[in-house]
Design a protein around this ligand. Structure first.
Ligand code: ADP
Ligand code: MG
Ligand code: MG
Length: 207
């Protein structure tokens, strides 16, 4: 079971992780983009942290929606509106809830992915954050279906996301800045898929 206070703790941990991985994510983006993904994520989540004392007074839906709004308005890059939409969509699903079960979490992740796809006009296999988020969701949903609790299901989700990050090295980017490189994007790991893995890892750790 995951309540608002725990979700707020997880968001704090995500913000710390983005700050800690700033240089690494930026280095990945240097190879196939414009070298700002770490800076974007750290800046966005710093803005979320600033607002957290206010946001954590609401329910989980309001907390996630506010997180998304901070990301949209404080990150200039593609990832800001995409992650922002993801958190806002998750927030919509959890509107009015002060605690959630595994099935609620899965529904929120599914909605988050749907938001990214719609906003990014993107799908799996294009070397984006969707290549870690989508396999993570599938693994999560399958584990829950098999009766796993949220913590165990999230462990499966994180494993699948890690596999997805590896997979991004083998494919051509067809969305975002990396798509400008065409075939030359092969061999490089997608920065957004990597930050998504880190976010999922922090959620799993916080459960
Ligand atoms: P920008 O490319 O504007 O500098 P960032 O560097 O912060 O933004 O984020 C780049 C990441 O955003 C990519 O690694 C990729 O995972 C993700 N991304 C870019 N475009 C899309 C899209 N259309 N759909 C999903 N994810 C995308
Ligand atoms: Mg970039
Ligand atoms: Mg940029």
């Amino acid at each position: 079971m995951l309540d608002t206070a725990k979700m707020a703790e997880i968001i704090r941990a995500i913000a710390e992780r983005m700050e800690a991985e700033k240089d690494y994510l930026t280095q990945l983006d240097n190879e196939i983009g414009d070298g700002d993904h770490g800076i974007n994520m750290a800046r966005g989540f710093k803005a979320v942290l600033d607002k957290l004392p206010e946001l954590e007074n609401g329910d989980i839906g309001a907390l996630l929606k506010g997180t998304g709004m901070q990301l949209v308005s404080n990150v200039g890059g593609a990832s800001g509106p995409l992650y922002g939409t993801a958190f806002m969509k998750a927030g919509n699903v959890l509107k009015g809830k002060s605690e959630m079960e595994a099935a609620d979490f899965a529904a929120a992740l599914e909605a988050a992915i749907g938001g990214v796809k719609l906003r990014g006009k993107s799908t799996e296999g294009e070397k984006t954050m969707l290549d870690s988020l989508t396999p993570a969701y599938k693994a999560l949903a399958a584990a829950i279906e098999d009766g796993a609790n949220l913590k165990d299901a999230m462990q499966k989700a994180v494993e699948a996301a890690a596999g997805g990050v590896e997979y991004t090295k083998t494919i051509v980017a067809t969305k975002g800045r990396a798509s400008y490189l065409g075939e030359r994007s092969i061999g490089h790991q997608d920065p957004g898929a990597t930050s998504s893995l880190f976010i999922l890892q922090e959620i799993e750790k916080g459960l």
